[in-house]
Design a protein around this ligand. Structure first.
Ligand code: ZN
Length: 242
């Protein structure tokens, strides 16, 4: 269905809706991306958002937006962030609740980096109730730990423009120098091998209960994250179009 057909259907739905029986055939969609750091979730979220007419939501962006607007939520979250503490589930949930009520989320949304805990997953279901959304589709990016380690330890970032290189997959033309502006390429401190291994372990420890939770509900789909990005996008679209 193209976007014009879709809009016509939406307006027809509005016109012919009887006040007593609210139409339920149109249901916004929730897509959740789970996967370790370096699995390519952000790239895929951007691609499928464009192709499926869903809004790509990242909790990091939401937090920055709240801080920019100096909201009540930001006032609670800021001291915690400044002390290097995690933002509690209730604050994150409040932020997501407010964000998904915005008109640009009416077709549905893709969550990248959220939920991270079981409490967040359960809270998400509660805040989705008023939106009458379909049961979430959860995509778990399965990438072998060794491949993640190799990807992350070979990542280099331009000191000046922030462009990201990979010494194996897409190296700069001249070693250690940014193709775009000739500045020095650096390795992030948390991309050092021991730190990367620790990040992957932490992720697995925290996310395992979440994966089990969604698997028990029958909404979990495994995505082979090791293939090339186009193949990954195609396999995701296959799941979403089912
Ligand atoms: Zn650069």
């Amino acid at each position: 269905m193209n976007s014009l057909d879709f809009q016509n259907l939406r307006s027809a739905q509005g016109k012919f809706r009887t006040p007593r029986f609210k139409s339920t055939w149109f249901q916004p969609r929730t897509v959740i991306l789970l996967g370790p750091p370096g699995a390519g979730k952000g790239t895929q979220a951007q691609r499928i958002a464009g192709q499926c007419g869903l809004k790509h939501l990242s909790t990091g962006d939401m937090l920055r937006d709240n801080i920019y607007r100096d909201t009540e939520l930001a006032k609670k979250a800021k001291p915690l962030i400044n002390r290097g503490e995690l933002v509690p589930d209730e604050i994150v949930l409040g932020m997501v609740k407010e964000r998904i009520a915005q008109p640009d989320c009416k077709n549905g949304f893709i969550l990248d980096g959220f939920p991270r805990t079981l409490r967040q997953a359960q809270g998400l279901e509660e805040i989705c109730v008023p939106h009458k959304s379909k049961a979430a589709t959860v995509l778990n990016f399965a990438v072998k730990a060794e491949l993640l380690v190799r990807r992350l330890i070979n990542r280099r970032i331009c000191n000046k423009c922030g462009h990201i290189y990979n010494l194996i997959e897409h190296p700069p033309e001249h070693s250690g120098i940014c193709d775009l502006d000739g500045s020095e390429l650096l390795q992030r401190a948390d991309d050092a091998e021991e730190v990367v291994r620790e990040r992957i372990c932490t992720y697995e420890r925290h996310t395992r209960p979440l994966i089990d939770y969604y698997a028990a509900k029958g909404v979990l789909h495994e995505v082979e994250g090791t293939s090339d990005p186009d193949a990954v996008t195609a396999s995701i679209l296959k799941v979403l179009n089912k």
